[in-house]
Design a protein around this ligand. Structure first.
Ligand SMILES: CC(C)(COP(=O)(O)OP(=O)(O)OC[C@H]1O[C@@H](n2cnc3c(N)ncnc32)[C@H](O)[C@@H]1OP(=O)(O)O)[C@@H](O)C(=O)NCCC(=O)NCCS
Length: 346
């Protein structure tokens, strides 16, 4: 058993000055090697590139193999984010892993990631909010930093949805892909760098819009239509989720702008969960954002659940499109139902 080492600093030194900032110090990503195109999918289920692309925006997705776990992809992403932040594993105070496809029910996937990156005995916690997970974890990390309890928190969104989709159900299996994306959230000397606004919401009364039943005891109450799906696979009411997501996206972003007295012009980028290109374009129409302020990469990865916002953040960072002082909005929605927004000054 590894002994928990003494704190790096005395508790009073851990408390930040009143105006401590919070920054995103590095980002990373982890992908499986295998690519599955829409044409490949058409050999598995009755579908086609012509159907999938215009309705979803997806042209390909990555798939983990049987021996590859969520924690494997997550570890690759966190190691890259730490290298980009110039950190060693021992610098991390906490690792938050957002996932709805943990390696095992127990232990938390975060514990396995901490082990795989050589950061034992760093604190570790999973957050299961489906596609909203990374935004929730980012916000949580910010709170740990600004409270003074942590200096560096690794936040990773990682999912292998391919392990829980029904590969005979063409309405769901075409949508998802496997990936991990990570960010290091750190204390900053610049007090203007921080999360200016966050809002996390849930509506558990709509849980059956997107769920994974283990047995007949997990099904929606009597009176619903007979269960036609398979246990231990993702069940989704695509149309209901679509309507919910468009409203959630639109309201979340508009509330964030109102609360911070910012306008669409002030925002450098909106970094949304990549669920469906039609959803995104429908939601943005009324918000007044130019198209080039909405980051989209769903064509290459599909919906990667908790990883999706993190992948976008990493790509934007690698492309040099984000600079200190920029305002960015992270926004996501998913199973639960859950939805969340986090507006940062980088
Ligand atoms: C899943 C989704 C793409 C389906 O699009 P849609 O336009 O609502 O399609 P429908 O489910 O109404 O199906 C329309 C027809 O296409 C068929 N169809 C469904 N999936 C198909 C596929 N992959 N290939 C070919 N045909 C398909 C249906 O069987 C139906 O045929 P019918 O009219 O003969 O019955 C869309 O509802 C969606 O994106 N929903 C949100 C899902 C999501 O993002 N979930 C995660 C949230 S974080």
């Amino acid at each position: 058993m590894t002994e928990c080492p003494p704190p790096k600093k005395s508790p009073s030194e851990n408390l930040p000055p009143a105006n401590t900032g919070v920054c995103i110090a590095g980002t990373g990503m982890g992908l499986p090697a295998k690519v599955l195109t829409n044409d490949d999918l058409s050999k598995i289920v009755d579908t086609s590139d012509e159907w999938i692309r215009p309705r979803t925006g997806i042209t390909q997705r990555y798939l983990a193999d049987r021996t590859e776990h969520t924690s494997d992809l997550a570890a690759v992403a966190v190691l890259q984010a730490m290298a980009n932040a110039g950190l060693e594993p021992s610098d991390l105070d906490l690792l938050l892993c957002a996932t709805m496809t943990p390696d095992l029910v127990c232990p938390a996937t975060a514990c396995r990631v901490v082990d795989k990156i050589g950061a034992v005995p760093c604190g570790a916690m999973d957050l299961n909010l489906a596609c909203t997970g990374f935004v929730a974890a980012l916000t949580t990390a910010s709170a740990f930093i600004s409270s003074g309890h942590c200096r560096h928190v690794a936040v990773v969104g990682a999912d292998c949805l391919s392990k829980i989709v029904d590969w005979e159900d063409r309405t769901t299996c075409i949508l998802f892909g496997d990936a991990a994306g990570a960010a290091i959230v750190s204390r900053s000397e610049d007090p203007t760098q921080r999360c200016l606004y966050q809002r996390l919401c849930s509506d558990g009364s709509q849980w059956e819009s997107l769920f994974v039943p283990r047995s007949e005891h997990d099904l929606p109450p009597n009176g619903q239509k007979p269960f036609e799906g398979k246990y231990n696979t993702l069940q989704m009411n695509g149309r209901e989720v679509f309507k919910f997501a468009v409203n959630a996206l639109r309201n979340s972003v508009s509330n964030a702008l109102k609360a911070t007295n910012l306008t669409a012009e002030d925002i450098k980028m909106v970094i949304p969960h990549q669920s469906n290109i039609r959803m995104l374009t429908t939601a943005w129409k009324k918000l007044g954002f130019d198209d080039d302020k909405i980051y989209v990469n769903i064509d290459r990865y599909g919906n990667t659940s908790a990883a999706s916002v993190a992948l976008c953040l990493h790509e934007l960072t690698e492309q040099g499109r984000l600079t200190p002082g920029d305002y960015v909005i992270f926004v996501a929605q998913g199973g639960g139902l859950t939805w969340g927004t986090s507006l940062w000054r980088l």
